[in-house]
Design a protein around this ligand. Structure first.
Ligand code: ADP
Ligand code: TRP
Length: 324
């Protein structure tokens, strides 16, 4: 029996924070043991919001370096940059003709952006069709996504059903996989950690910046000489990601014992964060210093992905009549 094919994409959106890591990247890396992982940097999708070419180039490269440093295995998995496999745009056009306007008009992400008065364009409107093409081009079975992306996978299923109803069982109907267990990682102010809220703790940042972010975690103003509550404390909530149960019990005792302040707990957390990411940092620096090596890995990934994409497009083009 062939292995389950897991596919996921991530937009090259710049600095990554610990919310991205625990919410998404870590799971993607771990899924390499559950099936055949196909993962890509969604550079075409990024064009819907990024108009600065240097920014896009740099972030595409850095996103690749980050994933490789964090454990993406380019031999075991297929890892590429979306725009290196342009077949996806051929499928995007074909699928566009099986996507009703009503379906796209109902997309939450598009509706949210128009409601906020942002300038919209056709790329943004048709974003879900490109995402459907990403998924369907590789016969993906499982698409691990965050809650905000579930609707896009449902739209992919609708588009694929409509295509199959017309041309026969050609496209594999994918399933979204949402991890309900991983709660949203809280930011330094207790709200969802997000770069748009300015409440992040970065993963691979300048040490001084990370220290400032940790020191900026919002707490109440209980005095040094009073016991403190860990239950609703933002420092404790973030510490949970980095500490074992024993370490957490020890931290709870320190909260209950007068004499230490929140500054001390922040320093403990900072040290934990630094130790946690230090091995990855080393690998990351090595990759940053060897860009040709990274580019070669991405080219190999694109070659592997393209072989599959070309064969699938041959079948699809024949089915719709684009061969003669
Ligand atoms: P941001 O909110 O900082 O702009 P993105 O929307 O670019 O982050 O998210 C990239 C990935 O990281 C998505 O898969 C998203 O689900 C995940 N992610 C982002 N923030 C968090 C968080 N605070 N907790 C869990 N997962 C998160
Ligand atoms: N839209 C996804 C996001 O913003 C990224 C993405 C693009 C994707 N194509 C995909 C995710 C295909 C899963 C499968 O997070």
């Amino acid at each position: 029996m062939s292995k389950t094919r897991i596919l996921s994409g991530i937009q090259p959106s710049g600095t990554i924070h610990i919310g991205n890591y625990f919410g998404m990247i870590k799971k993607m890396i771990e899924s390499q043991d559950d099936g055949e992982l196909f993962a890509f940097i969604a550079s075409y999708h990024a064009l819907t919001s990024v108009k600065d070419s240097e920014f896009l180039k740099r972030n595409t490269f850095e996103a690749a370096v980050n994933f490789l440093a964090l454990g993406m295995d380019p031999v075991k998995s297929t890892f590429w940059v979306q725009s290196d496999v342009p077949e996806v745009l051929e499928l995007y056009w074909i699928l566009s003709n099986h996507t009703s306007m009503g379906l796209l008009e109902r997309a939450h992400s598009y509706k949210d952006k128009t409601a906020r008065g942002l300038a919209t364009n056709h790329g943004l409107f048709s974003y879900p069709v490109l995402m459907a093409a990403d998924i369907l081009l590789f016969d993906s079975n499982i698409v691990p996504v965050g809650k905000d992306q579930i609707q896009h996978v449902e739209m992919t299923r609708d588009i694929a059903q409509s295509f199959n109803n017309h041309y026969g069982e050609i496209l594999v109907i994918p399933e979204a996989k949402v991890d309900e267990v991983v709660a949203t990682v809280p930011g330094t102010d207790g709200a969802k950690m997000s770069k748009s809220y300015g409440n992040t703790i970065d993963m691979f940042g300048v040490p001084k910046v990370i220290k400032k972010q940790v020191m900026g975690i919002v707490t109440d103003s209980t005095d040094l000489n009073e016991p403190k509550e860990w239950e609703n404390c933002n420092i404790y909530a973030i510490s949970k990601l980095f500490m074992s149960n024993d370490e957490l019990l020890d931290l709870q005792k320190r909260y209950a014992t007068p004499g230490e302040g929140y500054g001390h707990f922040k320093m403990t957390l900072l040290e934990k964060i630094n130790n946690y990411f230090a091995p990855y940092e080393e690998k990351r620096n090595e990759l940053l210093n060897h860009p040709t090596m990274v580019k070669d890995m991405l080219s190999d990934g694109a070659r592997k992905a393209r072989t599959i994409a070309r064969e699938k497009m041959r079948v699809i083009k024949d089915a719709v009549g684009l061969s003669y």
